[in-house]
Ligand binder design. Structure first.
Ligand code: IVH
Length: 695
């Protein structure tokens, strides 16, 4: 016999019913207002409901649940975000700028997809930040930034504050896949940007530059209350992974499904059957873009059918089934005050333009590149000219040309450019090879070269010492804490002196020291990138590291040996050879060794899933470049070999692998296609994404 409910229990049950009613109502109206932009009720009515819910939850704290609309701003400010691995990498998009390039993309897609009836979906390309949202059992459980595409940051608490992100999806229980991911772009509307800047103006604070950067900053706030105060918005543009079966078989189907669940999709999306219609649609946006209340930088075109998307696949980091039509870069005219020269890490002198500040492409521009002396000469750009400046997206602004018609009567003020005979930073002689366009500062101890070199050494593609940017590199060289790259590793011994520098705090310093220490474990290829060896970029560094395995072997390599390395030409080989013959460089490497930088360990991973295997790669793969897959194999412990023999464990054969495949067949060596190779990695618990993120 169940006991009679007490008055208190009855009250709690009534409150529960009312709370659920209110939440459902509020969710409904949030969706009408924030997603559909068709509110049905006024603010006062909404506020009354909200107030009632807040009161009930205060009186009955047991009823508070994380998906309640009152809980959007929850959690304390954090110190940092945790990293999250994306289950599937977040890709980027290739670009086209006109109908011709679009047609070429289409031709390639038709050929590969082996069908000429591709259907397309076109959407505005939102100028914001890519994010990923995960729903489990219909509830929003995790939101992350794109990061480098493989790993992002967990910003769930901040994303919860966006009113257009449903905390609970609108679907009857049991009708959804258990878990799935959607991707989209977070942006700040122009109106919100204006409101925020007006607020700052009144408060006498510095104004924000553009909505995109402001949205980025707002999303990465450590205190979710700040994010909440910024009123960000988003559009979902993709269905990501789905646990179990996908409930739809096309992009348009996915978008309709997601919209039905209450997620914000872009109403300006349109479908087309031919690429000519697509091009016309794209062209209309050049004019229409300004009328939107958010920034767009192009149109994204996607092949609609998922099966065809799979056939088309991915190349590098870009899907073949989608492309971005980018608007032409924005241009503006401004006065070129004078031409200055900067010194890079290799000593190259690069002229750049000091401009009267001008607002173009969403930013205030006061510096722009002039490329090199030949460029200036051929366009006859002079100090004092009015010039056309162009800026697109994150690309460095450039001076396109002088406005010749504006020279009249001002000829005497104009200063033709001449490359200085001495380095503008250290005063050393400038040298100029006959066969090159470049001019060099001849002093290898030039502080400008060194500070750029340090900045590069610490950069992401090299030793990746977070917190060691341009400013710190300059400061450390300027204050003579660093006179050689190896001095970076001596900084932790100089804590007290460093603490005496204004604006360097103990906490930051500790983090920096930890990152400096961590950088010692980077693979050899990263170190080779960091050393600033002329002509050696990421790909060459990888090829060298793979071939030689450790620094000593590379240092000892004869010129012929270097020339024999796959993918390395004679000029590069020469430059690498010269670098290691140089005494100062040898001494530098010795010092790095003494500091414990991992130089001599073979880069081959011990205990990796491919340990002990000798693998030959032939033909072209979809997912990786040749260099990437070879590095991947090495990272996982395998050995890459150039020729098939009886000792070969297996051959990975991509498209067009000819003679090596034949040889493998003759010798009875196992041949795996790309998918088979991926399966092999999976058997060892390595998804391609995890593997890639480690290289
Ligand atoms: S689709 C695999 N659709 O553009 C395709 N991207 O340049 C993934 N973006 O990282 C992207 N609006 O941040 C897609 N309607 C849209 C988009 C969009 C903006 C961004 C996105 C992506 C970047 C690629």
């Amino acid at each position: 016999m169940s006991p009679e409910p007490t008055a208190e229990m009855r009250e709690l049950e009534d409150a529960r019913t009312r709370v659920e009613e209110l939440r459902a109502e509020i969710r409904y109206h949030d969706h009408r207002y924030h997603v559909l932009q068709q509110p049905e009720i006024g603010d006062t009515q909404y506020d009354l409901m909200f107030r009632e819910l807040v009161d009930l939850e205060e009186r009955f704290p047991d009823l508070v649940s994380p998906d309640s609309p009152t809980q959007r701003v929850s959690g304390e400010a954090t110190v940092e975000f945790t990293g999250v691995q994306h289950r599937e990498p977040m890709l980027s998009l290739g670009n086209v700028f006109n109908a011709e390039e679009l047609a070429a993309w289409h031709t390639r897609a038709v050929r590969r997809g082996e069908r000429d009836d591709l259907g397309f979906v076109c959407e505005p390309k939102i100028d914001g930040l890519a994010i990923s949202l995960i729903y489990e059992d219909g509830r929003f459980v995790q939101g992350a930034t794109r990061g480098d595409g493989f790993r992002g940051e967990d910003i769930t608490v901040n994303l919860r504050t966006l009113r257009s992100i449903p905390l609970v999806l609108n679907a009857p229980a049991g009708t959804l896949p258990r878990a799935f991911e959607v991707r989209g772009e977070v942006y700040m509307s122009k109106a919100e940007f204006a409101r925020l800047n007006e607020e700052r103006r009144v408060a006498g604070e510095q104004l924000y530059m553009n909505p995109r950067n402001t949205a980025a900053g707002s999303l990465r706030q450590l205190d979710p209350r700040v994010t909440a105060s910024r009123r960000l918005d988003l559009f979902i543009y993709q269905l990501g992974w789905v646990e179990g079966n996908r409930p739809v078989d096309s992009h348009s189907g996915a978008m309709a499904w997601l919209a039905g669940l209450g997620l914000p999709t872009n109403p300006l999306t349109e479908s087309f059957a031919t690429i000519d219609e697509v091009a016309r649609f794209c062209e209309t946006w050049v004019e229409r873009r300004d009328a939107l209340d958010y920034g767009i930088d192009g149109v994204v075109i996607k092949v609609d059918d998922f099966a065809t998307q799979r056939v088309l696949g991915i190349v590098g980091r870009e899907p073949r089934w989608a492309i971005a039509w980018k608007f032409p870069a924005e241009q503006a005219v401004t006065r070129l005050r004078h031409i200055e020269v900067s010194v890079g890490r290799t000593g190259v002198l690069t002229p750049f333009a000091a401009l009267e500040p001008v607002f173009v492409g969403g930013a205030n521009v006061s510096l722009a590149t002039l490329h090199n002396a030949d460029h200036i000469r051929s366009l006859d750009i002079r100090g004092g000219d009015d010039v056309i400046v162009q800026r697109a997206g994150d690309v460095i602004p450039q001076v396109v040309a002088p406005v010749l018609s504006r020279r009249e009567g001002r000829e005497a003020e104009l200063v033709p450019f001449e490359m200085p005979a001495t380095c503008p930073v250290c005063g050393a002689d400038v040298s100029h090879g006959d066969d090159e366009a470049a001019y060099y500062c001849s002093n290898r101890r030039c502080p400008a070269q060194l500070s750029r070199g340090v900045e590069h050494y610490a950069s992401r593609g090299a030793l990746d010492i977070e917190g060691f940017g341009e400013k710190l590199a300059f400061q450390m060289v300027d204050l003579e804490f660093i006179q050689s790259l190896s001095d970076i590793y001596a900084l932790p011994d100089r804590r007290e002196e460093l603490l005496a520098i204004p604006r360097i705090g103990a906490k930051k310093l500790e983090a920096l020291f930890a990152n400096i220490e961590g950088s010692k474990q980077q693979p050899l290829s990263r170190l080779l990138v960091g050393l600033t060896i002329r002509h050696v970029g990421t790909e060459t560094a990888r090829a060298l590291a793979r071939h030689f395995g450790n620094m000593t072997a590379l240092q000892d390599a004869a010129l012929e040996e270097l020339q024999a390395v796959n993918d390395i030409g004679p000029i590069v080989a020469e430059s690498v050879f010269a670098f290691f013959r140089d005494e100062e460089n040898a001494a530098l490497i010795e010092r790095l060794r003494d500091h414990g930088v991992r130089i001599d360990e073979d880069t081959t991973a011990r205990g990796g899933p491919l340990e002990g295997l000798s693998i030959v790669v032939t033909g072209s793969l979809e997912r990786w470049s040749r260099n990437e897959v070879e590095e991947l194999i090495t990272t996982l412990g395998g050995k890459v070999s150039g020729a098939v023999s009886k000792k070969t464990s297996f051959v990975v054969a991509g498209e067009g692998g000819g003679s090596k495949r034949d040889k493998a067949e003759t010798l009875g060596v196992e041949i795996l296609d790309e998918a088979g190779f991926l399966d092999r990695l999976r058997e060892h618990g390595w998804s391609a994404e995890i593997a890639e993120s480690r290289t």
